[in-house]
Design a protein around this ligand. Structure first.
Ligand SMILES: Nc1ncnc2c1ncn2[C@@H]1O[C@H](COP(=O)(O)OP(=O)(O)OP(=O)(O)O)[C@@H](O)[C@H]1O
Ligand SMILES: [Mg+2]
Length: 240
């Protein structure tokens, strides 16, 4: 599980996370919603140790992410992260792009890494694109390739940061369907999203971030149906 305990984080004078507490259990899907600049992306980058924190603790399966003794490379193998956009290597095929990390990072041999990559690409519906180059994929297909690439490392956790927000509207659905499939398979996920219907549909819990504070967290029915905080209400009214 992921345990976030009283995490504070600043960029210079700017306080971006102001005491975040959140525990994500195995198999749970937590979506994070909130206005621009509220600290959502920063939280994800802190969870996988891309960013240091000022105080508090983040534990992944009991390992403290920011402890000096923690092997971050090893920890990150457990945590897949997918961003708005991932720049695939243009001179490599889709299969080669997905094969790269298992080979380089996990040291898996070529044939086995290709088998893993092919399995994950089929899983996200790209079984017919293995030898295609990334520039020939649609935006939605590119994002699904990025998801397959993360899955090829056999992560225990997946973090998604607005993976659909750079996409044309007609391509959003196929990527959300892929996330939904992973959720139904029991993947433990934290999804930052602007897609409220998705958050309502897929989440076990929805967290609302406001100016570096987790103002509210609860079941989707509660957050969307009966938000307790003024800010949550105002935010939801603004995105409806
Ligand atoms: N590397 C950085 N250096 C300095 N400031 C940063 C850095 N990364 C983020 N910030 C600032 O921290 C604040 C929180 O940013 P963050 O990206 O976490 O917000 P967000 O909730 O993900 O917003 P959005 O919905 O726009 O993606 C913002 O004011 C942002 O400008
Ligand atoms: Mg963000």
């Amino acid at each position: 599980m992921i345990e976030i305990q009283n995490v504070h984080k600043s960029f210079g004078p700017l306080k971006v996370l102001k005491g975040i507490d959140l525990t994500v259990e195995k198999g749970e899907v937590v979506t994070v919603i909130g206005g621009s600049g509220s600290g959502k992306s920063t939280l994800l980058t802190c969870i996988n140790g891309l960013e240091p924190i000022d105080s508090g603790r983040i534990l992944v399966d009991g390992t403290e992410v920011h402890a000096r003794t923690t092997d971050l490379n090893r920890l990150r193998q457990k945590i897949g992260i997918v961003f708005q956009q991932w720049n695939a290597f243009p001179h490599l095929t889709v299969l080669e792009n997905v094969t790269l990390a298992p080979r380089k990072v996990l040291g898996i041999d070529k044939a086995e890494a290709e088998a893993i990559a092919e399995k994950q690409l089929r899983h996200v519906g790209l079984g017919d694109k293995l030898s295609t180059f990334p520039s020939r994929l649609s935006g939605g297909q590119q994002q699904r390739m990025a998801i397959a690439r993360a899955l090829a490392m056999s992560p225990d956790y997946m973090l998604f940061d607005e993976v659909t927000s750079a996409l044309d509207p007609q391509l959003v659905g196929e990527v959300l369907e892929t996330l939904k499939m992973l959720a139904e398979e029991g993947m433990t996920m934290i999804c930052v999203t602007h897609e409220m219907a998705f958050a309502r549909d897929v989440s076990d819990r929805v967290a609302y971030f406001h100016k570096g504070i987790m103002a509210e967290i609860g079941a989707p029915e509660q957050i969307f149906g009966d938000p307790q905080h003024l800010e949550t209400r105002a935010f939801l009214a603004s995105v409806r």
